[in-house]
Design a protein around this ligand. Structure first.
Ligand code: AMP
Length: 214
């Protein structure tokens, strides 16, 4: 069983996906995290993806499909939450072809006002070690620059600076937003208001997932 969590960069998908994994027992698959791991180990995929990601553009669909397949294999029979895939119509169709129609239970759109997104992303700080996410104003680490969870260093991701954020939001509008209609047509679309603080968003999201019987 698969739930797709979609939304613009900065909508809080990663934070909510972590909560759903921790509290509801889902296996979170973040294609962004998987790509960053490939960069860290210096694999061919990582080398191919690095500059594309730093510019805020999308990595080729063929690369993502390979990553998706191996992550889904590793998930076994656990319910899966997809964070960051699909990001365009071709990927949405590829997912459909890969797992079949019945397995995708919902596509949840974490909807955040456009003005808040850039502020959320440029203030984000990410742990180089465990990937945990903070915000300099809204949810700072206890000690500046140090991850509360693992003690790793906090950095600004290369694609989180103001210039790259413009590109990423534009790509979201052009490439990713059309998947909302794709899932609407399949009767799988659900919207959750992502403007509230994370615990309130999580309450709505988990209520939705439970009401869907997922
Ligand atoms: P994220 O951590 O989800 O914000 O993803 C960071 C970056 O990884 C994106 O800006 C893309 O460059 C790349 N990426 C992640 N998921 C995908 C995907 N499904 N398709 C293409 N590129 C992706």
């Amino acid at each position: 069983m698969i739930v797709v969590l979609t939304g613009a960069p900065g909508a809080g998908k990663g934070t909510q996906a972590d909560l759903i994994a921790e509290k509801l027992g889902y296996k979170k698959i973040s294609t962004g995290d998987a790509l960053r791991r490939q960069i860290q180990i210096g694999s061919d995929i990582g080398k191919q993806a690095q500059s594309i990601m730093a510019e805020g553009r999308l990595v080729p669909d063929s690369v993502l499909l390979g990553i998706l397949k191996s992550e889904l294999d590793a998930a076994g029979s656990k319910p899966v939450l997809l964070d960051g895939y699909p990001r365009n119509l071709a990927q949405a169709k590829a997912l459909q072809d890969l797992v079949g129609t019945g397995l995708i239970k919902a596509a949840v759109h974490l909807d955040v006002d456009y003005q808040s997104l850039a502020n959320r992303i440029t203030g984000r700080r990410t742990c180089v070690q465990c990937g945990a996410s903070y915000h300099v104003a809204n949810s700072p680490a206890r000690v500046e620059g140090v991850c509360d969870k693992c003690g790793g260093s906090l950095i600004q991701r290369p694609d989180d600076d103001a210039e790259k954020v413009k590109t990423r939001l534009q790509i979201y509008e052009n490439d990713t937003r059309p998947i909302l209609d794709f899932y609407r047509d399949l009767g799988l679309y659900h919207r959750v208001d992502g403007n509230s603080p994370a615990p309130k968003v999580f309450a709505e999201l988990s209520g939705l997932l439970q009401s869907l019987g997922t």
